[in-house]
Design a protein. Structure first.
Length: 57
């Protein structure tokens, strides 16, 4: 089964970016995040959508 959401560390690794840049993308609303208790998760769909927007530029 493919994951639909990842912790930030894994999501940032998927994009090959560092922690600071990753949190900048979150702050800018470029990727969707949600919380489960104290855990932050980033949706895989938003990561893929971000990548598609970058390719289109």
């Amino acid at each position: 089964m493919q994951p639909i959401a990842l912790p930030p560390k894994e999501a940032f690794a998927m994009l090959s970016i560092g922690r600071i840049k990753g949190y900048e993308l979150i702050a800018a609303g470029e990727v969707e995040v949600f919380k489960i208790g104290r855990s932050t998760r980033i949706t895989v769909a938003s990561i893929l959508a971000f990548m598609e927007r970058q390719i289109a530029i």
